[in-house]
Design a binder for this molecule. Structure first.
Ligand SMILES: [Mg+2]
Length: 388
């Protein structure tokens, strides 16, 4: 089975400025004045994040941002459902979308749902108003209402699909079809092959440069689209996470707890050779209720600092791979010195807007964390994952 995750806006449908009209109405009602700026077009950013950004752009006091954002997010789907007739008359189904949706829906070994920056209610209103709901199983989709961090929605959809259909869905049998850079990032970080569609505001070249595995100009070539989806197994079937490490580069970029000698010593019984390194375009984000960070894309152009471990033995790679839990996806990154390295990017939710504070971790948590690592080490060395 292959799980197909469709993006909605500018991939399947174009609904003009209806979202922006609904946003204007909701913002005015909640904040008490009309907005002077509206969500950017075609970025694919999730609605909760867009709303927070806009509240800050309107200089709403920081202590009110979360409350007002929650109210706006709660109201948006209901208000959009009042626009069903407008959506049906002004909304456009993009060329080839119906045939493509139908072909995927009919294929016995494909499961189709959505991963979208829309809130669940808004997504369902758009799809049903335009007659597309029957092609997609939205009960197993990933929506911005599930988590504002877009890449986390892939895992959510994979888990829902697995619960309903059995089996296991990961990046070897999941494909995302979408039009924006955010969709590409969502696939790469969240764990899915990416088929870019240049039907939005992002060009073929931009989608390719961001890492899309394939790019189509639109959805009109159903045969090619199905071929690309069905190639998913062949292209990305790489077995367990560690097996990818048998390819170069042979260094590991560490941005979190593995930067600390005490943690390395506890896990490996020695401190491998290491040197400082920086990964542009990423940040080590603080994670809700966890003392360790997760590496995520940094849209603001920052960089994650850390170290690369350069002389790990095969056995040590196995131990570190067992140490990282299922929410960490192994991925290659380019460092600021242009060398490449493996690293574990965060694919889960609970990503905070603030960066992880390494000094605070060192002062408050390192000793206990290293002691826990020392207790885990024998099991990891014996090949047992540490579990959650
Ligand atoms: Mg889109």
């Amino acid at each position: 089975m292959i799980l197909v995750l469709w993006d909605i806006d500018r991939t399947l449908v174009y609904t003009g400025d209806i979202d922006r009209r609904v946003f204007r109405e909701t913002f005015t009602s909640v904040v008490g004045r009309p907005p002077t700026a509206l969500p950017a077009r075609g970025t694919g950013i999730t609605m909760p994040l867009a709303v927070r950004e806009l509240l800050r752009a309107h200089e709403v006091p920081e202590h009110s941002v979360e409350t007002l954002a929650a109210r706006i997010v709660a109201e948006l789907p209901g208000r959009l459902s009042g626009y069903r007739e407008v959506l049906a008359s002004e909304g456009v189904i993009l060329p080839g979308a119906v045939a493509a949706l139908d072909a995927v829906h009919q294929a016995e070994d494909l499961i189709a749902t959505v991963v979208t920056g829309n809130l669940r209610g808004s997504a369902e209103t758009k799809l049903s108003s335009l007659g597309l709901a029957s092609y997609l199983d939205t009960t197993i989709g990933g929506f911005a209402s599930d988590d504002p961090h877009h890449p986390a929605l892939v895992r959510i959809a994979q888990d829902r699909a697995a619960a309903k259909h059995g089996g296991l869905f990961d990046r070897t049998n999941t494909v995302i079809v979408g039009d924006s850079l955010e969709d590409v990032r969502t696939g790469l970080e969240g764990g899915a092959k990416v088929i870019g569609v240049a039907s939005g505001t992002t060009t073929t070249e931009q989608l390719r440069a961001a890492g899309a595995h394939h790019v189509l100009p639109d959805l009109t070539d159903t045969v090619t689209l199905l071929d690309l989806i069905n190639e998913t197994h062949a292209q990305t079937s790489v077995g367990p996470r560690y097996h990818r490490l048998s390819r170069n580069p042979d260094v590991l970029f560490c941005y979190g707890t593995l930067r600390f000698d005490a943690v390395l010593e506890s896990l490996l019984g020695r401190v491998p050779q290491k040197k400082p390194a920086t990964a542009p375009g990423y940040r080590a984000a603080a994670l809700q209720d966890r003392v360790y960070p997760g590496l995520v894309s940094d849209e603001e152009g920052g960089a994650a600092t850390g170290v690369v471990l350069t002389d790990l033995t095969d056995k040590e790679w196995h131990i570190l791979d067992a140490f990282e839990d299922k929410w960490y996806g192994l991925q290659e990154v380019q460092l600021s010195n242009r060398e490449r390295a493996w690293t574990y990017v965060w694919t889960g939710g609970d990503v905070r807007v603030d960066d992880w504070d390494a000094a605070e971790f060192e002062a408050q948590h390192l000793a206990a964390y290293a002691a826990r690592c020392a207790r885990l080490a024998p099991g990891l060395a014996a090949g047992r994952p540490k579990g959650e």
